[in-house]
Ligand binder design. Structure first.
Ligand code: DHB
Ligand code: FE
Length: 286
């Protein structure tokens, strides 16, 4: 890579990386086991939905074969994590957390990497010496449902860079860049210095990109921070925070925005851009 030339991640590279990382972590098995009856009912309902659409739109053999071809390409590029997390995860998240009383969650997406560097409560995310982008300080506190501080909670934070690319999934970005696990202080408080991420575009050169283009949908997600906030005795909160007036906030391809998740960033009394957000965690035993 020569200096100044942008290297964009291809669907193939980011898709295959997302697939490999997903496979390394494995499927989390905390829920009651799926039964044959449940599998039969759900899969039948999905298939009937597809059958209905074929009948109502009189889907042709050409279209049927094009879909087969497309499905094969999604797999070949490793794009299933991208497809699933962009088009389906928001509803799984909605169902999973419908009884949550604390802060709103939203989708995790395909770009989480566990095992990042642990950082003190007041620190900067790892970034390149010449990291481009607007610096800001993200302050807040982790609380329980009664407003009690949650000391030494963990904020696993990751976000895209000034070009909308994630370390670990795009070429040329150092490992662990703009990723870290911040441990709050004894009052649950934190202050993290990082840069404003750019909006994220679904890779346009792969099968998912081809679908988005063919349907004339928008391939964008608004700029966002990803977080998993956790502490023993509380349900972990997987969420994202967005930026007031950010582009694509009202047209997120992943449908993962919520009004409660929008940050206001403004200069603080000493002229540094700052935003504040408090997280409320649901206890495991209420
Ligand atoms: C996808 C990427 C993201 O950064 C995200 O937050 C959600 C989904 C995706 O490409 O599927
Ligand atoms: Fe993301």
């Amino acid at each position: 890579m020569s200096a100044g030339i942008e290297v964009s991640p291809t669907a193939l590279a980011s898709g295959n990386a997302a697939t490999e990382r997903f496979r390394e972590r494995g499927v989390r098995r905390g829920d009651p086991p799926t039964s044959p009856r449940r599998i039969s009912e759900i899969v039948n309902e999905v298939l009937h939905g597809i059958h209905d659409a074929i009948r109502r739109h009189k889907v042709t053999y050409t279209e049927y074969q094009a879909v087969k071809d497309w499905l094969i390409s999604v797999g070949e590029n490793g794009e299933w994590p991208l497809f699933m997390d962009v088009f389906l995860e928001h509803v799984v998240e909605e169902v999973a957390h419908e009884h949550r009383q604390g802060s709103q969650g939203t989708i995790e997406g395909p770009y989480y990497l566990p095992g990042q560097k642990t950082l003190p409560s007041h620190s900067a995310l790892p970034m390149r010496e010449d990291e481009r982008g607007t610096r800001f300080v993200f302050t807040g506190q982790v609380l329980g449902l009664e407003g009690e501080p949650v000391p030494f909670a963990r904020l696993d934070l990751w976000h895209a860079d000034n070009d909308g690319y994630y370390s670990g999934f795009a070429p040329g970005i150092p490992e662990g860049n703009l990723r870290g696990v911040i441990v709050t202080d004894e009052h649950g408080k934190f202050a993290i210095t990082t840069i404003l991420p750019a909006p994220y575009q679904i890779p346009t050169d792969g099968a998912v990109g081809a679908l988005i283009r063919s349907a004339e949908w928008s391939p964008w997600r608004p700029a966002h921070l990803h977080l998993i906030v956790s502490k023993l005795g509380y349900f972990p909160l997987t969420t994202q925070l967005y930026f007031r007036d950010g582009q694509w906030l009202d047209n997120d391809i992943a449908q993962a925005t919520k009004p409660e998740l929008i940050l206001d960033v403004a200069p603080n009394p000493v002229g540094v851009l700052e935003t504040h957000y408090d997280f409320t965690l649901d206890p495991v035993q209420p």
